[in-house]
Write a protein that binds this ligand. Sequence first.
Ligand SMILES: Nc1ncnc2c1ncn2[C@@H]1O[C@H](COP(=O)(O)OP(=O)(O)O)[C@@H](O)[C@H]1O
Ligand SMILES: [Mg+2]
Length: 372
Amino acid sequence: MSMHIAIFGGGQLAQMTAQAGISLGFTFSFIVGEGEDTCCVDGLGNIVVFRQGMDAEALFNALKKPDVITVEKEMVDTTLMAALQQYTRVSPNDQSVYLSQNRIREKNFLRHHGIPTAEFEIIETQEQLESLPQRLGFPIYIKAAESGYDGYNQWRIQKQEDLSQVLLSDDVVLIAEKHIEYSREISVIAARRVDGDIVYYPLMENRHEDGVLISTIAPAPQTVKILEEGAIAYMETIMSSIDYVGILTIECFDTEQGLVVNELAPRVHNSGHWSIEACETSQFENHCRAIANIALGPTTTKGVGGIVNMLGKHGRPEDFAQEGMFYHAYGKEERPRRKLGHIAVLADNHMDVIDKLNKVLVFLYKGRYKTL
Ligand SMILES: Nc1ncnc2c1ncn2[C@@H]1O[C@H](COP(=O)(O)OP(=O)(O)O)[C@@H](O)[C@H]1O
Ligand SMILES: [Mg+2]
């Protein structure tokens, strides 16, 4: 069955989704903003530039009437998404994307469903800002409620003086989060089909440096059953309560009290890139399957997988021409901290995967980031 899928966004997530979908016989269009770089998706389908004032009907027609519209990012106009639903299926729906666009909405939603999150406050006055440590202790995470990602628009406050870096303004709502004591960061990915079927990927263990994902190992080492069951229960609750369709990612902290949820991403996720080589069905393929409402593929692993992100500067592909290593470059130009690609690894066991990830870290970063 051929289907035409339109994606809001034209970055590497759209690229890898289209690559997976094209193998299924689907065709793609990408909706980008004026002047947006399309290097990741050039050659993979039509590119439609969304111009101010364009309405849902005009966009739907410019896209040549896609069978389904999806997103590769959170920051999409959800009013437009809702209006597009009169013309075609939009998966995930506008409500799911709306929830994830704002940390306050997201946390309130999670708490409403009994899912633990960090304690937080919305910062409204200078006095409240200065007295945060009395209530939340140190460190404190101050984050823009909207438009923050990869550690941008974020401060980690370790002492009273650091608070002077934080400027309150009428334009940006800030929240303060209490520090969560965690042993590691875990993400959970699942795909839910239009008809409600769900498949889960194994839990993933992630390491961040300066607020950016640097490496993932999957399945997460030493995962006890109860942790996995907790993750599945959260996922089921969230997905069914908002009638979620597509891949959903939940970022969590692994704590002594179980998983505490940090963020939701209504899309395929950087921590799931290992699934291209290490799973029967990648997150990208299952996203396409879910939104097309065709049978989801098995998420069985072929071994232990992992990735290291290639940030800021390209590595030399020949360094990674080794068994069980896979070099992915997204076609972007180098820029500090920018995600330019990733190196995936696949091995029979965790020790060998960690060994390979460490080699990759050294090749790419030459000691700048510590090994695992
Ligand atoms: N409340 C918290 N307690 C402990 N660590 C945190 C907390 N909030 C954020 N972090 C750290 O900062 C990283 C980035 O924060 P996150 O909320 O995920 O923002 P982003 O949208 O930039 O990914 C997290 O992955 C984690 O390492
Ligand atoms: Mg995050």
